[in-house]
Design a protein around this ligand. Structure first.
Ligand code: ZN
Length: 285
């Protein structure tokens, strides 16, 4: 019986991942924004949407990321409500939300789930920048908090993938409050001794950087990911000075101690599996 459910869940994830790959505007076989090389969709797909010529990591959808990370049949989605939440009745916001839902097949900018990586069960949250730039709404904050609290309750490791333009401006202060809410939930997880691995992907900015993305026990990043609070253009205009080469890229952040390791996409599953193994009860350390 369990096998039937596992197969159904696997099929569902595969369908959602397929849709991610069909609808992602950056991964449709267009020219690489970094080196200009054009690759066929087939070649890009085989390379997990990493440019075969220069290694540029294209953004990918949340379900597709989960499909390449998790053991087959282990995906179980949490808290996927599809209601539209427009607390401030902000002009045009409801329509934007509905359009984003229709275009992406997502109900909000984050997917949370439990699943296992090489046999190690974990709680995962993946932000998706196709949905209003992966911005943090009250619902995104609620889901991330649900993921954190599930990890604490079930004594499971937590892995969050960030890809965000920052706060959701149409929700005003309610969006900013998610920074405190997620950070407080992470502090409670930390008090219980829970492991939290944060994976920063392109781009991780604004309120997400200033809250849960930066609070990992271990912070990994994909190569070349933009990681910062305000973007480089805003900083340059504010300080009136030119910025160093590679400013705010993952490599720059690692040199300055903000990131523990840069992990290419094709090594992410193996790296996470190793970290989970090392931190599991009865691990070989
Ligand atoms: Zn390239």
């Amino acid at each position: 019986m369990n096998d039937i459910f596992a197969r159904r869940r696997q099929k569902l994830l595969a369908m959602k991942a397929f849709r991610d790959r069909q609808t992602h505007p950056d991964a449709l076989g267009e020219a690489c924004p970094h080196c200009g090389a054009s690759s066929s969709r087939k070649a890009l797909s085989a390379a997990l949407y990493v440019c075969p010529r220069c290694g540029h990591h294209f953004p990918i959808g949340a379900y597709y990321r989960l499909s390449i990370l998790l053991d087959p049949g282990s995906f179980r989605e949490l808290g996927n409500r599809s209601a539209v939440f427009d607390p401030l009745q902000f002009p045009g916001y409801r329509k934007k939300l509905e359009t984003a839902q229709r275009m992406t097949g997502l109900s909000e900018a984050v997917v949370i789930a439990t699943g296992s990586i090489d046999g190690h069960k974990a709680v995962l949250g993946v932000l998706d920048n196709r949905f209003l730039m992966g911005s943090m709404s009250a619902e995104v904050g609620e889901r991330v908090t649900t993921a954190i609290e599930t990890a604490a309750r079930q004594k499971l490791p937590l892995i969050l993938f960030s890809a965000s333009g920052g706060a959701r401006m149409q929700e005003g202060i309610l969006s900013l409050m998610q920074m405190a809410k997620t950070s407080a939930a992470l502090a409670r997880l930390d008090e219980k001794g829970g492991l939290y691995i944060s994976v920063l992907t392109d781009p991780t900015t604004g309120g997400v950087t200033a809250s849960f993305a930066s609070l990992g026990d271990i912070i990994l990043a994909e190569p070349g990911a933009l990681i910062g609070f305000a973007g480089p253009r805003v900083i340059q205009q504010t300080i009136g000075q030119s910025l160093p080469e590679g400013f705010q890229r993952a490599e720059f952040q690692m040199e300055h101690g903000f990131v523990d390791a840069i992990v290419p996409r094709d090594r992410l599953r193996a790296t996470l599996a190793q970290l989970l193994e090392l931190h599991s009860k009865g691990g070989r350390i």
